[in-house]
Design a protein around this ligand. Sequence first.
Ligand SMILES: Nc1ncnc2c1ncn2[C@@H]1O[C@H](COP(=O)(O)OP(=O)(O)OP(=O)(O)O)[C@@H](O)[C@H]1O
Ligand SMILES: [Mg+2]
Length: 670
Amino acid sequence: MIVLRNLTLRRGAKVLLDKVSVTLNPGEKVGLVGRNGAGKSTLFGLIDGSLHEDGGDFSMPAQWRLGQVAQNMPETSESATDFVLAGDTRLMELRAALAKAEAAGDSDPDDHAHGMEIAHLHSDLADAGEHDAVPRAQSLILGLGFLPSQLDEPVNSFSGGWRMRLQLARALMSPSDLLLLDEPTNHLDLDALVWLEAWLKRYAGTMLVISHDREFLDAVTNVTLHIERQQLTRYGGNYSAFETLRVQQLELQQTAFSKQKEKIAHLQKFIDRFKAKASKAKQAQSRVKALERMERIAPVLADADFTFEFKEPANLPNPMLAIRDASFGYVVEDAPPKTILRGVSRSVMAGQRIGILGANGQGKSTLVKTIARDIPALGGTITEGKGLNIGYFAQQELDVLRPQDTPLEHMFRLARELGASSGEPGREQDLRNFLGTFNFTGDMVKQAVGTMSGGEKARLVLAMIVWQRPNLLLLDEPTNHLDLATREALSMALNEFEGTVMLVSHDRALLRAVCDEFWLVGRGGIAPFDGDLDDYQRYLLDEAKRLREVARQDAAAVDVPKVPREKKEKPAAAPAQASATPQEQRKQDAQERQQLATRLKPLKRELEQAEQRMARLHDEQAGLEARLATALPPAEIAQAGQRLKAVTGELRDLEERWLALSGDLESFER
Ligand SMILES: Nc1ncnc2c1ncn2[C@@H]1O[C@H](COP(=O)(O)OP(=O)(O)OP(=O)(O)O)[C@@H](O)[C@H]1O
Ligand SMILES: [Mg+2]
């Protein structure tokens, strides 16, 4: 049980929680919600022990093991599998202990105590799930969208977003009683998101998850904690239930408030009228008291609504960009450049609103980065219109912020870079006013950016972009970290923007509201996408499946097979289904059957192996049970008991695996 009693929590000069009391029960799945900067991540800090309460009490069971996603970017050259595996701390400790015991045992092979210790460690390792640890780690990695060919690749060869996914997998790998997830969906695409939801639904421990994604919260939580104006309120139910309850509550409160206001006015009128009259003075007096005693109901304050707008661009070059036969990709040290997209010829016109779609890792960010001149094009030309002024929101938005500096310093620097002379009188006030329109008020303009919340940082980057007065907005996942109200504000501002928008986003509501045409990045090229966003969702799921299949067939995964290059004006939604002659069709069918068989082979093999091992374990289990039923010396009872436990555990896991495998095979064969 997690208990907060009269708890106060501060950060800097801010009181985030003021004397709050809340209890969370074991096994509850809790969504922690509230505006950017409300104190959600700070509350996690209290629970994980990195922060302490400033008043009141906080308690949770001392023996609870905590699972949490590390926030740092891993820099190791360990393989993805090993990195995730190491999340299972218990297993790692046991392995280390075993290695040590074996090393010590080598020097004196006859030492009996050592032998026992090693035997125990082996049995503990079996309990800890040693036998299937690697497949468990790998199924987490694959579930989060990696390709089988990437399992052994070094962690530091992945891009930022993918490394954060590995951090997530590592946290899920660790055996935990309490799982803390702070915006886990930010780096995920649709199919990884669906997978994570399914995984979390099966999670047996207590879970607290911070998210601004309503659908995700609805899928995985059954209790909602809401932080608002320094209060923490518990609602039984998922996010939608919370919203309904809250609206009702607010309405009730508003009605009660209005009623009370009427009553107060009435009392006051009475008092004012009669306090002069001696005969009524007493009645007036008692009413004055009644008024004083009355506990005032707070009016319902609308959340400080936040809106902003992009400035009108100084000019609108048309076209903004002309891309001719360009290739996009990246350069890695000591290796030839890696091309991801080739043969791209497209123009971007003034006023276009382009949504850039595509599965993860297909090159959306690479395209956007190249257009933003962060990295060079690997071939072809990109011609910019005269006076092009790009406002770029990078996916790793923190790249443009300096943690030590304050918002005001960031704005000063920007103003200087844009050619305005610094230190002009009144300049600081202008910048302060400007920051104020982005809800950075009072002390916040002087707070180091490194201590700000995720949403606050993203909001600062938006402010800096607006200041630059761009005519082309390149936005790469701008809504990660933003709360719902700020997303809404962004969506409105984008709608009124007169320049051109190129938007990469997983936020379908935003894509729908802002974009009126789509480019699909995939299979090594870019093509217009004619379908709507539901078509796109289907496309993504199919594409993820296809990529996994390709990788499986072609273990070397040297190159993605050449699908006929999308003809320029043909929607890529239904690519490979060009009409085929009957012979071609038969050939294709036969090939597909062949491929299916190849793909099923390893599954079948694993299924057989599982069956054989299960049979052996069943026998051993029966033998052990029979032995334990006879009179045995205590030492042997202990040993047999332990072995039985290990065998039963392994059997249980194997059975689960067997069920999953048979299920997979069945659905494939269907
Ligand atoms: N060291 C600090 N000094 C001053 N203020 C701080 C410090 N650390 C955090 N804050 C402030 O405390 C508030 C709560 O931050 P926190 O990160 O908990 O917010 P959050 O609810 O997680 O927001 P988000 O949804 O944006 O992630 C923010 O306004 C932040 O700027
Ligand atoms: Mg946060």
